[in-house]
Each structure stands twice: as structure tokens, then as C-alpha cells.
Write a protein that binds this ligand. Structure first.
Ligand code: PLP
Length: 527
């Protein structure tokens, strides 16, 4: 600050992070230096002098202050990128970066083709509270319930009585933007059938792995094609990673609630799950995780931090970094499930924990099941330093994956079809989220809490504990409405008063009708 002159009548200095706040008289003079990149009048007699912040951080802070002071309210549209760029004489990229910072803090959200809005997540009204799972490692139960859910999948299109399938998390597969992929698959079947019949590379086809490397860059990762291993969906990816990092009896820390398939993979590998309290807006509690790491010999942390299933949250970027640092401190692996990451509503999409990985302890898992279609069974792992072990377990698990779907998807990505499809789907899913949330608010009991997903197409509903979601799911099934009871998402059958809904199956009208009927069933439960 030595090149800066400030003439002050009264001068008291506060220090807060790298922002220095000086109380001054209205008459002041500030000379810019190279260190002092930006300054602005904050209130009548306050000036904030930014010492080491970048332009985008400063701009993000200014917007944040305005949101906190209520200049922009929840749901308000924020100034456009172009407008801020002109007003603040900064580049478009600087404004975009500032908005990205605010998105990571969940203060703003991007709506495709509409701009940036103050996120509802800054309100703490009716979202589910921090969960309180059991405090010790447990064997995973719940297989029968999961099996029942899986079997219902196949009834879907054949059951004329079905009004609405809220139970499964399947993407929109009738979108026009998927057509080039189907066409490519037909062409490959016709002209390259032999490629589809011979043994392929155990790591997966090179053309696909090259495209995976390109996609990973969007989430902040620099990964070469050789750093990927293609799997049969994300379910196999999770299962292979668990087996590669842990042995029977070991403890795996998981979000609670968490994806039931991950819990079953833990069960299948004879591991124990330690459920960690999880916040519906920012994810797993790091404080609780640290306590657990102190107390139990945890081998790995399995998380879905970017568009979580079932709650839909995106863990803020700073928290992802802190989670990675905690894993380093205690020397445990992180298995990061990023299956919904590309359909976060924010653009550019949030960074993965993997993007902060300096020592290869993060095993990134994903698939095209939620972005394109689950039937292709194309998933992958970026296993970091566990590569050799993962490759062996993958070979033992299923040898290689079918080649033609990999080739078709690789060419779809290369031709730009994937990005186009994802852009269209983000928009589609976001409006469906808002519609389902308002139907639930309208027809469910007033004390119902609903998560506020930042991407994808599932949300989590927490009812008053007097309701029984298993009973509700059974009753609803008789009327052609399928819902996933909350207990599937716990290792130990907790969350019997919660439900997970997908919000894109069937038509809007059918969804509204089904929610209304479920609301009536809840009223009947009270009687
Ligand atoms: C969070 C999460 N991870 C993994 C999977 C399994 O994905 P796949 O169908 O690619 O095996 C799912 C599927 O529902 C999921 O929701």
C-alpha cells in the first residue's frame, strides 16, 4: 500500500481477509498503484481498498454486498454480463468469473438463455435440515427395498395404470437433440459390426477416452486420455473404486442421505458405511467428517458433491477444496461421483473435487446415464494414483465394455452434439424443478421441507416425522404413482418420513395430478 496516499480526518483501520477497510472523511484521495487494482466507495464514509484481490473477486464481493444489503432480492435478475462489463470497465471474462464465484457460493444461479438471478438458496425457510445419522460404522441393509425399486423400472411402460413415475432418475430420452446419437449408433452397427464383436481395449476405446479428456476440462481437470478407464456405467465405476481402495470390513464415509446404489456397492464389497450428517444446500458436514476421521479408521470418503442424488445440492467450491485438504490430512481416498455434474444448471458447470487433486487420491466416477441414456452403460473412472489397482479390479469385474456405444458417444461429443444436448436439457430440467416444487408446496402439508436442486432432475422431500413414506409409497403404487421412500437412501433405514422425486417423468399435468393425490393420501394418514 506504500504508493497509496489517503488524506484522512479520522483513520481507523480494520483488517478482514485481504480487504482493508478504512474509515475516512468524505474528502479523500486514492492514487492507484499496481498492487491496488480496484477500489470503490462502499458507504458515505467508508472506502474499501482492495490490496491483493483480483478484479473478478472484487466484483464478486461488490455484488455479494449488494445482495446482502437487499439491493437485489431472491429471484431478482442480476445485471447482465455485458452491462457489468461496461459499467465496471472490465472484460466479459472477468464478469463471468465473478458470477462463477457467486454461483460456487450459491448466491446466484444461472438460468440458461435468461441470465443470472439471486438464488433462492440464500433463504433458509423450508429446505430440509442437517441430517443426524447414526454416529458409527454400520452394515448396509435395505437390499429388498432397492430390488423392488429396480424391478418397478421394467413395469413402467407396460403398466397402463401408471399415472406418474417419480421413482426413477432417468433423463429425457425423447429429446430431438439425441437423434444424431441414435443415428450414429445405427450407422456403426451397419458398417462396423465387427468392431463391436471383437475384444476391445480393457481401458475403453481410445476415441472415447480422448473425448472424456476434453469433457473433463470443463470441470477444471487436466486429464489425458490415458488417465481414464471406461466402465459399465457409474455403478460399476463406484463398485470397482471401492474394491480398489478398501478391503472387507473397512469403513467408508458417505453422505446421508446418499445414493442407494453406492450403499449397495459398499454392502457388496463387505464394507461398512459411516453416514455423515449432510446439509441439503451445501453437502456433507466437514466438522462431522473431521470428528469421524478422528474416531474411525476411514478408508475412503464417497461423495456426490456436484448435483447430489437425492438432494440436488452443489457443494460450494471452497468446501470442495477443504474436503480435499481434509482427505490429505488424514490420508484417505475420495471417490467422487460426478454423474449429474454436467447437468448442473450453472454454466460453466461447477468444478469437481478432482480438479484440486494434487496427489492422485481422488477417484472420479461418472457415466452418460443421466446426461444421455442409462441403457448405453457407458461410464468411466479417472482413478488417479489407484490406476493399476482399478484396472485390475475392472478386468476382474467385467473385462472390457461393449465398443459400439463408446464409438457412437465419442463421435456425438466430437461433432458438438453432446454440448448442444446438455444445453437444452439444463433449461428443460430447471423449469421442471420449479414446477414440481410449487406443486408440492401447494398440495403437501404446510410443514413439508423441499430441497432446492442446483441441477439434474431429482429432489428430496422431508415430511413431518408423523408421516410414513413407506406406507405412502405402497398405497400410491396401487393408484399408479411410484415414489422412492427415503429409507432407501440410508444405510440403516433412516428417513422413513422422506421421499425422493424425479421431476421430469410423464407430463406436467400428470405430475401435478399425482402430487395432488399424494397430498390427499398424506391427509388421510393423519386421520
Ligand atoms: C448418484 C448416482 N451414482 C451412480 C449411479 C449409477 O449410474 P449408472 O446407471 O451409470 O450405473 C446413479 C444412478 O441412479 C446415481 O444416481
Amino acid at each position: 500500500m506504500h504508493h497509496t496516499q489517503i488524506r484522512l480526518k479520522t483513520a481507523i483501520q480494520f483488517s478482514h481477509g485481504n480487504v482493508c477497510m478504512v474509515v475516512i472523511s468524505p474528502i479523500c484521495m486514492v492514487k492507484s498503484s499496481c498492487q491496488l487494482r480496484y477500489s470503490y466507495l462502499y458507504a458515505d464514509n467508508f472506502i474499501r481498498i482492495n490490496i491483493a484481490m483480483t478484479l473478478y473477486e472484487t466484483l464478486a464481493n461488490e455484488l455479494k454486498a449488494q445482495i446482502e444489503r437487499g439491493v437485489f432480492e431472491v429471484g431478482n435478475k442480476l445485471p447482465s454480463v455485458r452491462q457489468l462489463s461496461t459499467e465496471h470497465k472490465v472484460s466479459i471474462a472477468t464478469v463471468q468469473e465473478a458470477y462463477r464465484v457467486l454461483e460456487a457460493q450459491q448466491l446466484v444461479e444461472a438460468k440458461p438463455k435468461s441470465g443470472y438471478f439471486v438464488a433462492r438458496s440464500i433463504l433458509i425457510d423450508n429446505t430440509p435440515s442437517m441430517t443426524k445419522p447414526p454416529q458409527r460404522p454400520m452394515d448396509v441393509s435395505q437390499w429388498e427395498g432397492v430390488l423392488d425399486t429396480l424391478l418397478n423400472t421394467f413395469n413402467k411402460d407396460h403398466d397402463a395404470k401408471t399415472l406418474c413415475q417419480f421413482q426413477h432418475a432417468m433423463p429425457n430420452m425423447t429429446a430431438k437433440t439425441l437423434k444424431p446419437l441414435i443415428k450414429r449408433l445405427h450407422e456403426l452397427t451397419k458398417h462396423r459390426a465387427l468392431d463391436g464383436m471383437i475384444y476391445g481395449d480393457v481401458k475403453g476405446d481410445e476415441t472415447l477416452r480422448k473425448q472424456l479428456s476434453r469433457l473433463a476440462a470443463a470441470s477444471g481437470c487436466v486429464l489425458q486420455s490415458d488417465e481414464f478407464i471406461v466402465t459399465s456405467g457409474c455403478q460399476e465405476a463406484l463398485s470397482v473404486c471401492l474394491r480398489a481402495v478398501a478391503s472387507a470390513g473397512d469403513v467408508i464415509a458417505v453422505e446421508s442421505p446418499g445414493f442407494y446404489g453406492a450403499m449397495q456397492a459398499i454392502k457388496g464389497a463387505e464394507l461398512k458405511a459411516l453416514e455423515i450428517p449432510t446439509d441439503s444446500e451445501t453437502g456433507l458436514s466437514l466438522k462431522a467428517l473431521k470428528l469421524a476421521l478422528d474416531q474411525w479408521p476411514i478408508k475412503a470418503i464417497l461423495v456426490a458433491p456436484t448435483v447430489n442424488n437425492p438432494q440436488g445440492f452443489v457443494m460450494p467450491e471452497a468446501k470442495k477444496k477443504a474436503l480435499y485438504e481434509l482427505a490429505r490430512e488424514y490420508d484417505v481416498a475420495i471417490i467422487e461421483d460426478d454423474i449429474y455434474g454436467d447437468i448442473a444448471y450453472a454454466y460453466p458447470r461447477p468444478k469437481t473435487i478432482k480438479s484440486f487433486d494434487k496427489d492422485g487420491r481422488v477417484l472420479l466416477c461418472s457415466s452418460f446415464s443421466k446426461t444421455l441414456a442409462p441403457g448405453f452403460r457407458v461410464g468411466w473412472i479417472a482413478p488417479g494414483s489407484y490406476r493399476n489397482k482399478v484396472l485390475h479390479v475392472k478386468y476382474v469385474s467385467s473385462s472390457m465394455c461393449p465398443t459400439l456405444p463408446q464409438l457412437a458417444i465419442a463421435s456425438f461429443i466430437e461433432q458438438g452434439g453432446y454440448d448442444k444436448h446438455i444445453r437444452a436439457m439444463r433449461h428443460h430440467y430447471l423449469s421442471a424443478r420449479d414446477a414440481l416444487r410449487s406443486d408440492i408446496k401447494r398440495y403437501f402439508p404446510a410443514d413439508t421441507c423441499i430441497s432446492y436442486p442446483q441441477g439434474g432432475y431429482v429432489l428430496w422431500v422431508e415430511l413431518n416425522s408423523r408421516y410414513d413414506s413407506v406406507k405412502l409409497a405402497d398405497e400410491a403404487k396401487q393408484k399408479g404413482i411410484y415414489v422412492a421412500p427415503g429409507q432407501l437412501f440410508s444405510a440403516t433405514g433412516k428417513y422413513r418420513h422422506c421421499l425422493r422425486f424425479n421431476f421430469i417423468d410423464s407430463t406436467q399435468a400428470a405430475r401435478t395430478e399425482a402430487i395432488q393425490r399424494l397430498g390427499e393420501m398424506l391427509v388421510a394418514q393423519e386421520a
